[in-house]
Design a protein around this ligand. Sequence first.
Ligand SMILES: C[S@@+](CC[C@H](N)C(=O)[O-])C[C@H]1O[C@@H](n2cnc3c(N)ncnc32)[C@H](O)[C@@H]1O
Length: 289
Amino acid sequence: MQRRDFLGFSAGALATAALPSVARANVPSPYDWTAAPPTDKRAAYIDWMVKNRGEDPRYLGERFDRFLALISHHDVWDERNMRAYLMTPREEFVTKANLDRAYLWHYLDIGFGVTITGPHTVARMTNVIDVQRGDKVLEIGTGSGYQSAYLSNLTDKVWSIEIIKPLFERTRGVYDRLIGEGYSEYRAITTKNADGYYGWPEAGPFDKIIVTCGIDHIPPALLQQLRPNGVMVIPIGPPGSQHVLKVTKAQGKDGTISVARSDIYRGAIINFVPFTKLEGGAIRGTHSG
Ligand SMILES: C[S@@+](CC[C@H](N)C(=O)[O-])C[C@H]1O[C@@H](n2cnc3c(N)ncnc32)[C@H](O)[C@@H]1O
């Protein structure tokens, strides 16, 4: 579930919410696509991650416990996606005030009236689009940066757009700091501050698109920038009440384009923050009709 008070959209006290500086060693090993932590035992996972990634055993334990819940709820189901989840330090992307809640089920406030999506929703939306290494992936709604960090453990080509300028700048700073600490996989993430409704035409077409804010229709530019046979996942519906749809674009031999949709939650309603609109340099309203 995502939440946001739309009318309170100003850079207030939460906007400057402190980010964590989680005490841990620098990542000791260069990033290795073939390296994968153990998934069968909590202690073995923690040992491997401490040795290979220099992370804090406390958060690693919480990450592993959430991993078991993701599996039991069928929110992650293949090895590459399990690895991506297990390799992504969610504690680096939540605010300091929420460090103790980093691995809880729910979305969390990140300031600016928006949220970091809950780990179950991130995992399911990501696994559904089946990102292959080398795929070009576009994310709409960088937010905390967690989703794109996760994606960078699946492919080395990620683009992400955030509409709130100070949030975009803050998250860019998080990536740059983490890259400096050895998380070289985050070099794969290119970010910009813009209205994601129009996609990123110069970088497209994309094999996969993941939209993390809710809207009542599929933005035409995003569908256009999706490669034939590409897959998009997007929360569609009226404010506060979306269905998360998997949208597959197919192209017939005669060039005709068709679109198939399915609900990744089989009808359950999931609330996302709204897909807002940039007008004359300011955020005004949303792209929903
Ligand atoms: C659920 S939140 C963040 C989720 C994010 N993927 C994460 O892991 O933290 C959705 C984000 O979409 C952003 N957003 C809303 N409308 C947007 C638009 N038109 N273009 C780009 N970003 C937008 C919000 O500012 C917010 O940061």
